[in-house]
Structures are given as structure tokens and as C-alpha cells.
Ligand binder design. Structure first.
Ligand SMILES: Nc1ncnc2c1ncn2[C@@H]1O[C@H](COP(=O)(O)OP(=O)(O)OP(=O)(O)O)[C@@H](O)[C@H]1O
Ligand SMILES: [Mg+2]
Length: 271
């Protein structure tokens, strides 16, 4: 099958700390898969391992039927496996469009040469990413003049310039209010519908449950729940992990809102 990322039994160990414990998942093009879990659950470490930013102790990564496990991060990226980082790091003295052009030109070390030969390539990719994310009207603005939610969408657009097959998003909604998070959610849905596979790491579980077709929950590096949004939302193990109690089957643990959202635990910000 093409257009698919498969991570099989991925384990990441830092010293004696098992940050990711034999986690498997698949992301197909056009699909949004959610990855949730409390602080320190291993979500970023999983992305780091899949994209080649940190070594794995065990596991296999397959992209579009090709085993990329032994490839360096930049080679996986060149094959269409892209990520964003928890810290946003936009160039605030460049316009939105220039931020995207810089991303396109840094794509390979031959980017500059390529642009001399085919000068329109970056411009076309940039325009397409701006359009897909609804940012065409703010292309000439500076990121610092935009609301936090729009800046976060610029971060997504920047990753889309390279036209990834699968994009792994590390807390794109960090620091956003409800309205901004809703806008980001519809942008991500549009991006997925354009054919990109998305893995969404988020503490905003309401956003995850709303837009993801499949959700995986981690705690202490291991999968504690996996299934549809409804299944995972109601999982005792998830409620337990977020509330920090050992036994979620106790009647008063889930409370009157057991079918609702688990506790939001925001971290980071855009730095
Ligand atoms: N580079 C590193 N070296 C050593 N330990 C690390 C490193 N990165 C992460 N860890 C540890 O691995 C575990 C998982 O961390 P990770 O950052 O993957 O969690 P997370 O789910 O992304 O958390 P958060 O929601 O806070 O971003 C934690 O115990 C963390 O302290
Ligand atoms: Mg993280």
C-alpha cells in the first residue's frame, strides 16, 4: 500500500528510562491519527524516533512500503516524512511568505542551485502551502503581528512546503484559546483531505477527539488505549492516567463527566 507510515514496536531508551515502550501505529494518507498522554508519556520521543532524530533500541519504520529505519533524518524527510517541533521558532523579522520560502530553500543543500535553474519551484510550493492553510491573505505580514493561532498555522504551512506524505505535528495547538484551536482543527482537516497523513500530538484532547479518526494514548511510554475517538475518550486507563489515580474503575473516578474531555494539561508554548 502506498502513502502510509508504519511504526512497528518502536522503543526508545534514555539511560535507564524507557521513554517509548514497543509502540506501533499506522498513519495513512488523508487520515489524522491522534497521539495523546500526560507530560513525559513519550509522545515527542516517539516522533523523534520515527523521524530519525533519536536512535531506537528496537523497532522498524516503513514509509510508502520502503523500510527507512536505517536512514538519517534528512533522508526520511526527503522521502516525505516531515515533522514540526514543540517550539515554534518562526523568523519574526521575515514575512510569513519568507518564512515558508526559507523552509523550501533549506530543503536540500542544493536548494539555492535548484532555484537558480527552476526559480518558480519554491514560489509555487509556498503559494500552495499558504492556500491550503488559509494564509494567502497574510503572506506579507510579519508573524509577530499575527494572533498566536495564526502563527501556529504558519508553523504547519512551513512544514507543508516540502509536500510531505506524512506530517507529524508536535503540539500545534499549544497556547491557543478555544476559538484558535477550532480554526487550527479545520485547517488540519483541510490538509488531511488534500491527501497528507497527519499524526497529531496534542494536550488539547477535545481537538484530538474531534478531528482524529484514530487515537492512541501513551502513559510511561506504553500504549494504554487505542481506537476510535469515542473508545479512547471513555477508556478507564486514559482517565486514570490523566487524573493520576491507580484504579479508574472506581465509580467516583470518572465523575459525572466521564464521557467528556479528560483534563487538559498544556505545556510549552511556542518559545
Ligand atoms: N533527550 C532526552 N534525554 C533523556 N531523557 C529524555 C530525553 N527526551 C525525553 N526524555 C525523557 O523521556 C520521557 C518522555 O519524554 P517526552 O518528551 O517524549 O514526553 P512527552 O510525552 O512529549 O511529554 P510532553 O507532553 O511534556 O511534551 C520523559 O521521562 C523525559 O524526561
Ligand atoms: Mg513532548
Amino acid at each position: 500500500m502506498t502513502g502510509q507510515l508504519v511504526g512497528e514496536a518502536i522503543t526508545v531508551v534514555y539511560g535507564r528510562n524507557v521513554a517509548v515502550d514497543s509502540v506501533s501505529m499506522e498513519v495513512t494518507c488523508g487520515q489524522i491519527v491522534g497521539l495523546i498522554g500526560p507530560n513525559g508519556a513519550g509522545k515527542t520521543s516517539f516522533i523523534d524516533a520515527v523521524t530519525g532524530f533519536t536512535p531506537m533500541t528496537t523497532g522498524r519504520v516503513v514509509l510508502n512500503d520502503a523500510d527507512v529505519t536505517s536512514l538519517a533524518a534528512h533522508r526520511r524527510a526527503a522521502l516525505g516524512l516531515r515533522r514540526t517541533f514543540q517550539q515554534l521558532r518562526l523568523f519574526n523579522d521575515l514575512t510569513v511568505r519568507e518564512n515558508l520560502v526559507v523552509a523550501a530553500e533549506n530543503d536540500t543543500r542544493f536548494g539555492l542551485l535548484r532555484d537558480l535553474v527552476r526559480p518558480r519551484k519554491s514560489a509555487v510550493a509556498t503559494d500552495r502551502a499558504l492556500e491550503l492553510t488559509g494564509l494567502s491573505d497574510v503572506g506579507d505580514e510579519l508573524p509577530r503581528d499575527l494572533p498566536a493561532g495564526t502563527r501556529r498555522i504558519v508553523g504547519v504551512a512551513r512544514a507543508l512546503v516540502a509536500r510531505p506524505t506524512v506530517l507529524l505535528l508536535d503540539e500545534p495547538a499549544a497556547g491557543l484559546d478555544t476559538q484558535e484551536s477550532t480554526a487550527l482543527g479545520s485547517t488540519l482537516t483541510d490538509v488531511a483531505e488534500s491527501g497528507v497523513g497527519l499524526l497529531l500530538i496534542e494536550h488539547d484532547t477535545e481537538l484530538v477527539f474531534r478531528i482524529c479518526s484514530h487515537v492512541i494514548a501513551l502513559d510511561f511510554g506504553a500504549v494504554i488505549a487505542s481506537g476510535s475517538s469515542e473508545e479512547v475518550r471513555r477508556s478507564d486507563a486514559l482517565i486514570s492516567a490523566y487524573l493520576g489515580v491507580p484504579d479508574a474503575s472506581e465509580p467516583d473516578v470518572s465523575g459525572p463527566d466521564a464521557g467528556g474531555t479528560v483534563t487538559k494539561s498544556p505545556t510549552g508554548g511556542e518559545g
